[in-house]
Ligand binder design. Sequence first.
Ligand SMILES: *Cc1c(COP(=O)(O)O)cnc(C)c1O
Length: 370
Amino acid sequence: MPRPIVATVHPEALRHNLERARHFAPDARVWAVVKANAYGHGIERCFDALRSADGFALLDLAEAERLRALDWRGPIHLLEGVFEPRDLELCSRLQLWHSVHCTEQIDWLAAHKTQVPHRVFLKLNSGMNRLGFTPAAYRSAWARLNALPQVEEISHMTHFSDADGARGIAHQVAAFEAATADLPGERTVSNSAAMLRHASSALRGAQNLAADWVREGIALYGSAPDFPEHGAAHWGLQPAMTLSSRIIGTQSLQAGDTVGYGSTFTAEGPLRIGVVACGYADGYPRHAPSGTPVLVDGVRTRIIGRVSMDMITLDLTPVPDAGVGAEVILWGHASSGDAVLPIDEVAAAAGTISYELMCAVAPRVNFVAG
Ligand SMILES: *Cc1c(COP(=O)(O)O)cnc(C)c1O
């Protein structure tokens, strides 16, 4: 029998979360963001549930090829554009839409020989200071692209640094409006956090911020981008992944006994603990401290001691009957009953975000759909 750790991907939850985007951004088209192998869920595994999206956004050309191999004929957007000139050949062949965020990418396009003019998303650096043209350089970049026979249509794009937090997006929206004022073309600005928190904010003109395309990533997978201010349930999102395993051993401790490497946990009195087939080599965060929540047979308890490569240890006090074989939910849904452990809570306990946990589930974990 394989080790009992399993990642279950829930197609119904993916469908539901995509519908939530339709609810929050009813006038927009929705990019399902499936970079990083669909945030660790598996592009092929998610594809059927997400095929009612208006397009798929990602950044690895090999992942774009996988979508075309699934016979997806609709839009695919390369969020970082191309990495070298010959990538443009694949864009022409597979009809990939791509971001253009730097002058080098315009130079490459200008030198590219193609029968098929490209649709591009010109990216504004509105304050995030990662990719994109500064407001001062934006219009001349647009004019250069607009003059190229290789370019069929130019849309406008930017990305927010604080859509999930206190600083908000107003300063970046203002920069975007100023830079793109009067330029024709569609707009895409919102990630999940902007879609959920700011969708009704106005862009200048009749457009709201959710026009024309929203880029839904983390919300598709059922996590709240602004946890702990809001949880997934607040936004009506359902977890798209459950990471589960089983207890493979138990110990009965006495006061003063310690647990695991470094003896970081000491029992204060008699304590029954369970040992779970899940460790950092499965992608569980090694930094998760004693107290990180977990479900055993649907009942909430906590991990104790250090996470090791292949095992973690749990306090079984709230579940005295649980023994070898008991179901352990690291995040997601219990297999029976309605207990849910939001991945956001586990991530927060471990000092990280859900994105990192989803993307880090290791190849040795068996993935199933359910
Ligand atoms: C990853 C990404 C998104 C999706 O962000 P979420 O926070 O997961 O919704 C949107 N836009 C760009 C440019 C991205 O790289």
